[in-house]
Design a protein. Structure first.
Length: 132
């Protein structure tokens, strides 16, 4: 996300610079000088290592209005079971469990969907080769 944001900002700044240089934005050219060189030439690289434990901690920090204590425990159990199923390599069980987890998350709202997506993405390296 950060890399994409920086690329977008770079494109906006380059466009702005071109508009200034062409006189499109500055009707009184020469009164002020704007130097936009090398503002966004850096590429952003971020390695964020999250774990299932961190995702589960984030789930437990959700408001009880979003998930009750029992629902949080249920979701934690589902995610841990999903991790075991992924490690087993059983494609049918993976699909079934993933569907159940996301259906549950969708019923609970975007905060839960985001956290479930984070948890599932942790296992992408193991899941994707099974389905390719």
């Amino acid at each position: 996300q950060a890399k994409s944001d920086i690329k977008n900002i770079k494109a906006i700044l380059n466009n702005y610079k071109d508009n200034i240089n062409s006189g499109f934005l500055n009707s009184e050219r020469g009164k002020s000088e704007i130097n936009i060189n090398n503002i966004a030439n850096a590429e952003a690289t971020s390695n964020v290592n999250i774990t299932l434990e961190q995702v589960i901690n984030n789930i437990n920090e959700l408001s009880d209005d979003i998930l009750s204590k029992e629902e949080k425990e249920d979701l934690e159990d589902k995610l841990r079971a999903f991790e075991s199923i992924v490690n087993s390599g059983d494609k049918d069980k993976i699909k079934s469990k993933l569907t159940k987890i996301f259906n549950f998350a969708l019923e609970k709202g975007p905060a839960v969907v985001g956290l479930v997506s984070s948890a599932v993405s942790l296992l992408n390296e193991k899941i994707l080769p099974l389905f390719s």
